[in-house]
Design a protein around this ligand. Structure first.
Ligand code: SF4
Length: 246
């Protein structure tokens, strides 16, 4: 269940909240995490499901974050972590302050990001306990899949920052056969393994939820499930943890 919260006035931290959810088992492995979705994203992935998070960031109403913080404080004990997701949560200048507020409540802090703002990720890293880096494609394929030019280099910088940091992280790729061939997926996975990524998840796009109508249609020449599973088995030895989701 995604809960939409009523803003309260008077908060110093301004974040446009798109939702709050406690059902995602993959949000922060090993933790009972709630996910706070923030509105605003610079990318336009065809498989995107989160209409409420897409597009330019709106101005946050006074008290939106304050309402979330109060809810978290009231439910301490049910959760031990908060994950900021989106949209692109690192878009928002007040995110470090919100992460600090969560830490002050004794909660671990996670981030789901596509790595589009490496400078902001660098500032956030000391506050983070977990990162899921959305890796949409290899090199220029990232820009094609996210329909935004010049992003893949920024994502590569974010990946470098994570590899250099002590913060546990996984790379995640949403797989839609309009965007990938099996060979392209293997090249991406091997590139990540060669870079030193130890944890990787391949998530199948849910066609029925894609906002772009073209992405809701089955892809005629999509490889069979068995071929994908065989690839995952081949790739397995290159990672400490490799997961096919969906
Ligand atoms: S990164 Fe892509 S999938 Fe995620 S919210 Fe933005 S447009 Fe949607």
């Amino acid at each position: 269940m995604v809960i939409t919260l009523t803003p309260e006035p008077g908060a110093a931290i301004h974040l446009p909240i798109a939702g709050f959810d406690a059902r995602d088992d993959h949000a922060f492995p090993g933790r009972r995490a709630v996910v706070v979705y923030l509105q605003g994203c610079p990318l336009q992935c065809g498989y995107c499901e989160t209409a409420s998070s897409m597009g330019p960031a709106r101005s946050a109403a006074a008290g939106e974050w304050h309402a979330i913080e109060g809810l978290l404080a009231a439910r301490i004990g049910e959760f031990d972590a908060v994950v900021f997701s989106g949209g692109e949560p690192s878009l928002h200048p007040d995110l470090p302050a919100a992460a600090d507020a969560c830490q002050a409540l004794g909660l671990a802090v996670g981030l789901h990001t596509a790595g589009s703002y490496p400078e902001r990720l660098e500032r956030l890293l000391p506050r983070l306990d977990w990162v899921a880096l959305d890796t949409k494609g290899r090199g220029i394929d990232f820009d094609r899949i996210s329909k935004r030019s010049g992003i893949w280099q920024r994502h590569a910088r974010s990946l470098s920052l994570l590899l250099e940091s002590e913060v546990p992280f996984e790379c995640r790729t949403t797989l839609h056969w309009r965007d990938f061939t099996l060979e392209a997926l293997e090249r991406l996975a091997m590139t990540l393994a060669d870079c030193g990524v130890r944890r990787y998840a391949i998530q199948l796009a849910r066609l029925e939820r894609c906002l772009d109508p073209a992405y809701r249609e089955p892809v005629e020449d999509a490889p069979p499930r068995e071929a994908l599973e065989a690839l995952v088995r081949r790739l397995n030895r290159h990672f400490d943890h490799l997961e096919l989701r969906g």
